[in-house]
Design a protein around this ligand. Structure first.
Ligand code: SF4
Length: 252
C-alpha cells in the first residue's frame, strides 16, 4: 500500500517533469528555429495568455478586497475570492518568508481573512449542525479524565477551558468535541457531518484544518488558542471569542 503510494507520487513527479520539459522545449524550438512569422504568433499567444492570467488574478484579488470591505457580495465573487486566497497562499507564504515575515504571522493573516469571508457570507445553521472542535492541549495536563473519548467525562473542576466550553455548548446547543490531533479532528468532522465548524487551535493546525474543510465546502471560523506555557501544553482559549464565533453561524 505504502509502496504503491510512493510509486504514484514518483510517477506523477516524473510526468510533471516531462510536461515542464515539453513546454520548455516547445518554447525553445519556436524561439530558435521557427520562421519569424511563427515566432511572432507564438510570442503574441504567450503574451495574451500571460495578460489573461494576470487579469483573472487581479479580478479575483479585487473581488476579495471588495468582499472584505463591503460584505459578502454575490456567491460567485465569494467563490472567486476564496479561490484566489487558496491560489495565492503558497506564493504569499514564500514571498513573506523571503522578506522575513514568520510563517505564523502569515497563517494568522490567512485565518483572519478566512474568518471575515466566512462571516461575510452570512450563512446560518441550526445549533446542532455546528461543531466546536477543540485541541487536546486545552486540557489541564494533570487531569486524569479521558475527554477525547467523550468530552462529558470532564468533571467540570474549572482548572482548564474545557469546563467553560462545555457550558457554552450547553447554552447554545452546538456539538462540542476535543480531538487529540488532525486525524481525529477529521474523524469527528466525518462523524458529526457538521454544516459549520468553530475550530480552536494554533495557527498551523487552524490553517491546515480550514484548508481541509474548504475542500469539503464546510465553513470554518477559527479561534486561536493561547499558549502562555509554550506550544501544546496547558493552552487556553478566550471563551467570549468562541461564543462570538458560534453566534456568527447560529444567530440571525
Ligand atoms: S475542567 Fe474538566 S478537563 Fe479540565 S481539568 Fe477539570 S475535569 Fe479535567
Amino acid at each position: 500500500m505504502d509502496k504503491g503510494k510512493k510509486r504514484l507520487f514518483i510517477l506523477l513527479g516524473m510526468a510533471s517533469l516531462l510536461v515542464y520539459g515539453a513546454v520548455f522545449g516547445a518554447i525553445w524550438f519556436v524561439m530558435t528555429s521557427a520562421s519569424p512569422a511563427v515566432r511572432h504568433i507564438a510570442v503574441t499567444a504567450l503574451a495574451a495568455g500571460f495578460v489573461m492570467l494576470m487579469i483573472a488574478m487581479a479580478a479575483g484579488l479585487g473581488s476579495l478586497v471588495l468582499g472584505l470591505l463591503f460584505g459578502s457580495g454575490a456567491l460567485w465573487t465569494q467563490k472567486l475570492g476564496r479561490g484566489v486566497v487558496e491560489l495565492f497562499y503558497p506564493m504569499v507564504l514564500r514571498v513573506g518568508q523571503f522578506i522575513g515575515i514568520s510563517k505564523e504571522e502569515i497563517e494568522d493573516s490567512y485565518i483572519k481573512i478566512n474568518n471575515q469571508m466566512t462571516v461575510a457570507a452570512g450563512n446560518r445553521f441550526r445549533p446542532e449542525d455546528v461543531l466546536v472542535l477543540a485541541p487536546h492541549c486545552l486540557q489541564n495536563t494533570g487531569c486524569p479524565h479521558k475527554i477525547t473519548i467523550d468530552v462529558h467525562n470532564c468533571h467540570r473542576c474549572g482548572k482548564c477551558s474545557i469546563d467553560g466550553l462545555l457550558t457554552i455548548a450547553e447554552d447554545t446547543g452546538v456539538n462540542f468535541v476535543v480531538a487529540s490531533g488532525g486525524t481525529f479532528a477529521r474523524k469527528f468532522a466525518k462523524e458529526y457531518s457538521p454544516k459549520a465548524i468553530v475550530a480552536i487551535a494554533c495557527e498551523r493546525d487552524l490553517t491546515s484544518g480550514i484548508k481541509d474543510m474548504n475542500v469539503q465546502q464546510i465553513p470554518v471560523v477559527g479561534v486561536l488558542n493561547e499558549r502562555p506555557n509554550g506550544p501544546c501544553h496547558n493552552t487556553s482559549v478566550q471563551l467570549c471569542k468562541v461564543r462570538q464565533a458560534i453566534s456568527y453561524f447560529t444567530e440571525a
